[in-house]
Design a protein around this ligand. Sequence first.
Ligand SMILES: NC(=O)c1ccc[n+]([C@@H]2O[C@H](COP(=O)([O-])OP(=O)(O)OC[C@H]3O[C@@H](n4cnc5c(N)ncnc54)[C@H](OP(=O)(O)O)[C@@H]3O)[C@@H](O)[C@H]2O)c1
Length: 322
Amino acid sequence: MRAIRVHETGGAEKLRLDEVRVPEPKAGEVRVHVEAAGVNFIDTYQRSGLYPLALPFTLGMEAAGTVSAVGAGATGFKPGDRVASARASGAYAEEAIVPASQLVPIPKGVDSNQAAALILQGLTAHYLACDTFALKPGHSALVHAAAGGVGLLLVQIAKLRGARVIGTVGNEDKARLAREAGAEEVVIYTKDDFAAAARRFTGGRGVDVVYDGVGKDTFEGSLNSLRPRGTLASFGNASGPVAAFSPLVLSQKGSLYFTRPTLAHYTQTTDELRSRTDDLFRWLAAGELRVRIGATFPLADAAEAHRALEGRRTTGKVLLLT
Ligand SMILES: NC(=O)c1ccc[n+]([C@@H]2O[C@H](COP(=O)([O-])OP(=O)(O)OC[C@H]3O[C@@H](n4cnc5c(N)ncnc54)[C@H](OP(=O)(O)O)[C@@H]3O)[C@@H](O)[C@H]2O)c1
């Protein structure tokens, strides 16, 4: 089968299209025939070596398609079932292995592209808005990169929970998308001061929570956007990882809370995973959550997809089609 593999870490040029053996599922695992693989920022961290993996490896965590083989003891799935996962091993391939505990059936009416576009970034937006800082009516939230994959979903889920949202984006086209998703206010943070805008948005007080997947470039401004005892949920490094800082800074800026969450710890059990995906698929069916597939690439063009994502040229979801 064809697979996109990393033999040495580095830039997008390190992605190689290889011909490899079809993997066999071990006990508790399921093999999925991949129709659509999601491209996520974490894939670029694994490719670059920021998040180290043993070499060589097949890239990709997010896949949707049909079950092609079931390992011993992997109950609940049979060949032909339509499934998706945010925890696949080697999703940038024609076949990928997934622990059965991390696999979700795709409901009728949802196609593989939509499922691959929703599952990883949707689960992330869900846990951030519902648990990391559980938004309620009356809360105000600042969402960075609000026209991105996580961003557009997070803005919509924050609105479903009754919060007011201010988003940041890199350009005017992205600002329009963030507004359409429900953001009351959008700041182009490449030219305007988003912390000052967040204060204006809240009558000077500061927002209750900042959801920050940008990292290094926005860290300081994110702290400056918060109300006393507000929460900075720092969930990514699109501009590079946040530098080391003194906890005293949190005291000086208003007894702030800082957390650095990751999806695996919010989908630890199948029950937790399913309760989140049930919400996502229900909202999708009801038209309360829209998934934007901003770009699709053939599997062989994975490097182009990475260049577009890292070059800030994408909106919503980027998919690789096998
Ligand atoms: N912790 C978790 O559980 C978890 C799970 C999923 C994703 N994430 C994180 O969430 C963030 C968003 O991921 P995503 O896959 O949805 O990507 P994305 O938001 O679709 O793309 C990243 C966006 O970040 C913005 N950005 C700002 N500075 C940038 C820079 N120097 N280089 C590149 N992009 C920059 C760009 O939007 P503008 O042009 O509008 O600035 C870009 O489009 C990433 O940090 C990712 O690692 C975390």
